[in-house]
Write a protein that binds this ligand. Structure first.
Ligand SMILES: Nc1ncnc2c1ncn2[C@@H]1O[C@H](COP(=O)(O)OP(=O)(O)OP(=O)(O)O)[C@@H](O)[C@H]1O
Length: 216
């Protein structure tokens, strides 16, 4: 199993009740999983825990067999740099860098810049004509395609995506989702996708729902 979430509970400091109450799920290498749930049900929290951005009360999360609870800050940072990539609703591109530089940024940091793969990603994401532009000169859909390309350029084992098309209209959202699913499947990357959209969730291999702190 690539990602194992085992009976995880999470309570935010000062909160009366836990937001996650014994969540368990597994994600195999290359698999795509969509997680839905009402606003405030804890979807983003679970994604943050899986990316080692936050700690949990009990249970365990393992990525490629490594227990996240046992990692120090350096270990967490390395895991995020080398094995996991994130795409959020806000595109989070670096405004002072061109499209080409944004696309290469994380792969460079991870020491895994493969120019052929980057060129293929750029082409398949329809960004080849836009590489010299800056993020402010792109539409929302184009910016999100750059964010997806940047995330996949280093060939992460796991892509965590939090409402990645939440800022886009329905047509752009469907196009970006199709591309993202094609590309994660082409690169063997597993996808853990949080979404409000049932239509988007239906495109994933598996669909789970988070309610009352548990998944079903
Ligand atoms: N840093 C934090 N400190 C305290 N409480 C938090 C924090 N982050 C989230 N929460 C609370 O935890 C609960 C779950 O939040 P989370 O963002 O995980 O939900 P979500 O399902 O992703 O919601 P949405 O669909 O609206 O994005 C909410 O009640 C939220 O207010």
């Amino acid at each position: 199993m690539l990602l194992e979430i085992d009976t995880v509970t999470k309570t935010y400091p000062g909160a009366a009740r836990p937001v996650l109450r014994g969540v368990s799920l597994g994600l195999a290498a290359g698999e795509t999983l969509a997680l839905t749930g009402e606003s405030g049900s804890g979807k983003s929290t679970l994604l943050h825990l899986a990316s080692a951005l936050d700690s949990f009360d009990s249970g365990e999360i393992r990525l490629e067999g490594t227990a996240l609870s046992g990692l120090d800050d350096t270990g967490r940072a390395r895991l995020r740099r080398e094995r996991v990539a994130l795409v959020f609703q806000q595109f989070n591109l670096i405004p002072s860098l061109s499209v080409a530089q944004n696309l290469a940024f994380h792969a460079r940091l991870a020491g895994r810049l493969d120019r052929d793969w980057l060129a293929e990603l750029t082409e398949r994401l329809g960004l080849a004509e836009l590489t010299a532009r800056y993020p402010e000169q792109l539409s929302g859909g184009q910016q999100q395609r750059v964010a997806i390309g940047r995330a996949l350029a280093a060939r992460p084992a796991l892509l965590l995506a939090d409402e990645p098309t939440g800022n886009l209209d329905e047509t752009a959202s469907a196009a970006v989702m199709d591309l993202m699913l094609d590309l994660v499947r082409a690169s063997g990357t597993a996808l853990f996708l949080v979404t409000h959209s049932q239509a988007v969730a239906a495109r994933a291999d598996r669909h789970l729902h988070l309610a009352a702190g548990r998944v079903a």
